[in-house]
Design a protein around this ligand. Sequence first.
Ligand SMILES: [Zn+2]
Ligand SMILES: [Zn+2]
Length: 306
Amino acid sequence: MAYTVTFWGTRGSIPTPGPHTARYGGNTPCVAVESSGGQVVILDAGTGIRALGLELVERQNGAVRAEILLSHAHWDHIQGLPHFKPFFAPGNAVRIWGSRQGTTSLEAILRQQMDPAVFPVPLDALSAQLTVQQVDPGGGEFTVGAFRVRAMRLRHPGTTLGFRLTPAAAGSGGGGGGGGPSMAYVTDNELGSGGNYGTPASWHKEFVAFLADTELLIADTELLIHDAMYTPPELEEHRGWGHSTFEEAVALAAEAGVRRLVLFHHEPEHGDKDMDGLLAAARRLAKAKGKPGEVLAAQEGMKLTL
Ligand SMILES: [Zn+2]
Ligand SMILES: [Zn+2]
């Protein structure tokens, strides 16, 4: 099964609109994954989800079926949700998947974001059918739309999940033992040794296995979208903040045998020129290593086909 991956929001932490970020984008994380069947799986609900919502409503209002996977509930990953237009028409159905934070359920967190003290429309007033589905890290594979999904806990404050999506094998048959190439969405993740996130000492090894998927007889991850917020000098100022450098992302992609790497969750202070330099440096490093074969930096509007 072929599918497309569209970047609606690429920026980390806070929206950065303006001429200096026009090419790489100023909206916070949101990525749409669409299979030929037309069902959309949305990765994170940063401000990028607003424009995606408008397009979905234009295309099929009253019949939108959206599945939203949330990496975690930090503001930049959920702040677009109250402005997701499919919520406001009957007949649409939205299912949100994500983890609780401590003892607070995901639904309670989403409700807080739409509390009357901070937002005019409460969660209960939405016209669309809304389902909130709890995901437990390490809880095994689950099905979202046309994909089989696995989640793994990342190294970031709170419970943050990385997702690996593999097209479910269709009757027509795809490549390998699955239904097509896999992709992984991993943002807000500290690959270095900083921070104390309660992850086991074996985390890195398990994470590489999660990406390479050595247990199942399906193809390796074709596409990895990974946090590459910092340059190496910037990381030195931000160890323990839960983010990685572009160098660490390239090294991970090479180690896991990923073919295409997309640098993601851009630092708000990085304008387009900085991003050009960061991407060029990442490509030089990948070339020197001989892998991954392709390195891109996420740009708003960028569309990849797998
Ligand atoms: Zn973030
Ligand atoms: Zn975060």
